[in-house]
Design a protein around this ligand. Structure first.
Ligand SMILES: [Zn+2]
Length: 346
């Protein structure tokens, strides 16, 4: 089959479109003919290499996948060739205390499709049958690839970690990012007042269309000052962020007393300064989030299937253009997800 592969860690030039062996499935596995695979920042980290994070080489990235079941293993029930499915990216053991208490993203053996095992930048991908889930509603393959990772992440951040309540005020950083575009919508559906940020004027109406009540253009407005003005000087109850040092101080200054800041990324770098006096006097919580549970993904997928949450696809490129797609993502000009489409014969 054709796939986009890297043989060593490095820049986007390491991505090569080439012929590789088609994956072979085990008794509990399914082989999916990939139709679409959405990009995530994780793909960049995996390509560059992350300290302490084992990536088998050569490697195929891509954790947000949709397609058609091609072949099922002998022990698989409930799935058949021809089924339209999307992939739940988290792989867990389903036997440990974490898995059995519904916290499968904390499983000691937790791994991700497209990180520790090969992913969907390819004509075919294999996953355990449990990870192939029927596409909800009437979503296209591109939409079905665009929602899983950002939906499960935003759901876990807003509900499980921040314990968002109806009527609360939320600041979602970067409405144009994948997680941001979904967090704005989920917070709105949950009955929150949503303030978000964008980096250019043309993204303002797009952020409003997602349901944002207020949009701050961060290239010409101070985020924390605007948040304070919009909340009568109080600040927001919850901040959802994934950018890191470039925005950290603004996020912290935007919090109301008792506010909760949840972060799931470090696109501008790993190090931030924390003033402990500010943390305890204002009784703040800072929480880290990594993916989410299978149950949260299924909850989110229900709303996606009903059209209450909309996967935001910025553009679709052919698989062969994975390198350009990653470079485009790094330019931050997109609004929503960049998706690779896989055609027959790729
Ligand atoms: Zn487990």
């Amino acid at each position: 089959m054709k796939a986009v592969v890297f043989h060593r860690h490095g820049g986007p030039e390491e991505l090569r479109y080439e012929e590789v062996e088609r994956p072979r499935i085990a008794a509990h596995g399914v082989l999916i003919r990939v139709r679409a695979c959405a990009l995530n920042h994780l793909d960049i980290w995996v390509r560059q290499g992350i300290p302490g994070y084992q990536i088998p080489l050569p490697h195929i990235s891509g954790c947000d996948v949709s397609g058609v079941v091609e072949e099922v293993g002998g022990e698989v029930a409930g799935l058949a060739p021809g089924d339209r499915v999307f992939v739940s990216p988290g792989l867990s053991c389903w036997r440990c205390d974490m898995c059995l208490s519904g916290r499968d993203n904390m499983c000691p053996r937790y791994r991700l499709v497209g990180a520790q095992v090969n992913g969907g930048y390819a004509e075919f991908v294999k996953v355990p049958a449990l990870n192939a889930i029927p596409i909800p509603g009437s979503l296209t393959f591109e939409q079905a690839a665009a929602f899983p990772l950002v939906t499960v992440t935003a759901w876990h951040m807003l509900f499980t970690l921040a314990r968002l309540q109806p009527g609360e005020e939320v600041l979602v950083m970067a409405a144009g990012s994948g997680v941001g575009s979904m967090a704005v919508q989920i917070a709105k559906v949950a009955g929150a007042r949503v303030i978000t940020t964008v980096g250019s004027d043309e993204k303002i109406p797009k952020a409003k269309a997602l349901g944002a009540d207020e949009v701050i253009q961060h290239s010409r407005e101070r985020v924390a000052e605007r948040v304070k003005a919009l909340t009568g000087g109080r600040g927001v109850d919850v901040v959802i962020e994934h950018i890191g040092p470039a925005v950290w101080d603004q996020c912290v200054s935007s919090l109301a007393k008792g506010g909760r800041l949840v972060t799931c990324g470090a696109t501008s770098g790993p190090d931030v300064k924390i003033d402990l006096r500010y943390l305890f006097v204002r009784q703040l919580s800072y929480k880290g989030s990594y993916m989410g549970t299978r149950a949260e993904l299924l909850e989110g997928a229900k709303l996606v299937g009903r059209g209450q949450l909309r996967p935001v696809v910025d553009r679709v490129l052919p698989l062969q253009e994975a390198r350009q797609a990653q470079e485009l993502m790094l330019s931050r000009s997109q609004f929503g997800k960049i998706v690779l489409a896989v055609r027959d014969g790729a």
